[in-house]
Design a protein around this ligand. Structure first.
Ligand code: HEC
Length: 183
């Protein structure tokens, strides 16, 4: 019992001592920092100059041909055009096992604002000054290959913006199937 009291006493004194010595009474001075390495990184900051690299910069351009994890290119750079997309690109989903509910969800999220819920080209933005797109329930669209539609969703066409950075690949393929079901 007694030794416990002594330990508590010593601890209390130690804490008071530490507080007294780390919190400076002079407000114009910064306080003492404990373990400053945990606050200030000793690594080079991304935009700091760096004596260890050839160009003196910390942030280095990745070597040509570098592929971010999970982003295997779908086709070699520059080899895909609007003319050959339909034959080069293949829909990984067969229509009979496609997740049409997911396609419908993607359509409702990204496309119906312009194309309208049923694809008639009467989406809400067309009531607010945006020129209406053509119907996508035409023979012209039905005859397009999946790769053609995928290409135009990815890269845009005319007044339609590209969606390759907003919509994931699988979702782009699924919405391709979905718009063909619009009657
Ligand atoms: C900002 C409005 C807008 C959005 C959003 C939009 N589109 Fe379009 N879309 C257009 C316009 C405008 C055209 C006509 C482009 C042209 O030919 O000048 C078009 C054309 C198309 C065509 C070709 C029609 C044809 O007859 O050639 C398809 C297919 C299509 N869009 C599908 C989609 C799909 C799928 C989405 C969602 C992923 C989508 N669009 C999102 C505006 C939009």
């Amino acid at each position: 019992m007694k030794s416990k009291t002594i330990i508590y006493f010593i601890l209390t004194v130690a804490v008071i001592y530490l507080i007294g010595h780390t919190i400076s009474s002079d407000r114009s001075e910064p306080n003492t920092e404990f373990i400053p390495e945990m606050v200030h990184s000793i690594a080079y900051d991304a935009f700091a100059s760096n004596p260890n690299t050839i160009d003196g910069k910390t942030l280095q351009t990745p070597p040509t041909g570098t592929i971010p994890i999970g982003f295997m290119p779908e086709y070699p750079d520059g080899e895909l055009t609007i003319e050959n997309a339909g034959t080069v690109l293949k829909n990984p989903f067969k229509m009979d096992n496609a997740d049409l509910a997911r396609g419908a969800y993607v359509y409702a999220t990204f496309c119906q604002t312009c194309h309208g819920l049923n694809g008639d080209g009467d989406g809400p933005v067309t009531k607010r000054g945006v020129p209406p797109p053509p119907s996508i329930k035409t023979d012209k669209v039905r005859k397009l290959k999946d790769g053609d539609i995928y290409y135009l969703i990815s890269n845009g066409v005319g007044n339609m913006p590209p969606y390759k950075t907003q919509i994931k690949r699988n979702d782009r393929w699924l919405v391709t199937h979905f718009i063909k079901t619009l009657k």
